[in-house]
Design a protein. Structure first.
Length: 252
């Protein structure tokens, strides 16, 4: 009887510890941890960070542009470069000197310069780049710095003991847009395929409006457990961003 009581006590303690840990993780509050005129970094979960750089545009003025970096065991992978090499150098320096991490890879999620405008800085620092074959083709056509390594539909890379994926679900904002995902913390970088809540449709010069909503439907179905969704521009949130984007581009 004593053995059963002891086992039950240990089980209750274990359940309470797991519950307390889960509650502690749920309490994580995002915080801005670095800010200059050219780069802002916000920690959005224990091991995921949103980086924001800026681009002057003719149609939309001075635009903040998001990217994400994820960390595990002193290693980092970056989704989207900052908009230019200066801001990219700043981000690389911050990762090395503040996070004390090695950057394993950078992944531009489509060919526009708000995704790969700072790619040369990563190459100059011997950081390998990966992109959809379509992104590589379009970067060449537009005379941008070209990502080094290509993939067709799905890329999986290790970051520490964890992994990330970059996956092509279909056309939307562009014909090459991919979605980044960090499974261990259920963090998604939707890039410009995903809109912040209440955003306008934005730049449509390379868009496939007929497929955009369908593509995001596929994204939503593929990641039912996603907790944090970061769009290409604006505030991050949860699955509500996917629902908003699907509705925004729904073909009547």
């Amino acid at each position: 009887m004593k053995a059963i009581t002891k086992t039950l006590s240990l089980l209750i303690i274990s359940i309470m510890s797991i519950s307390a840990f889960a509650q502690e993780k749920a309490k994580f509050k995002s915080k801005e941890i670095y800010k200059t005129s050219s780069l802002v970094i916000t920690q959005i979960s224990e091991n995921a960070f949103k980086h924001v750089s800026f681009k002057q545009t003719n149609d939309f003025g001075y635009v903040p542009c998001n990217g994400v970096l994820v960390r595990n065991n002193d290693e980092v992978i970056v989704f989207d470069t900052p908009t230019n090499d200066k801001s990219a150098e700043e981000l690389i320096k911050w990762v090395k000197e503040t996070l004390h991490c090695k950057i394993n890879a950078v992944i531009p999620t489509h060919f526009h310069d708000d995704c790969l405008g700072g790619l040369k800085a990563f190459h100059d620092n011997n950081i390998p780049s990966y992109a959809n074959f379509k992104t590589i083709e379009l970067a060449k056509e537009n005379k941008y710095t070209v990502p080094q390594n290509g993939f067709k539909d799905l890329l999986t890379l290790k970051v520490g003991k964890e992994s990330i994926t970059a996956k092509f679900f279909g056309e939307g904002h562009t014909k090459d847009n991919v979605v980044g995902y960090f499974p261990s913390e259920n963090v998604m970088f939707g890039g410009c395929l995903v809109k912040e809540v209440d955003a306008s449709k934005g730049y449509l010069g390379d868009a496939n409006l007929a497929e955009w909503s369908n593509t995001v439907e596929k994204v939503k179905k593929a990641y039912p457990n996603v907790k944090i969704v970061v769009p290409g521009h604006g505030d991050y949130g949860n699955q509500q961003l996917l629902d908003y984007t699907i509705k925004l581009f729904k073909v009547q």
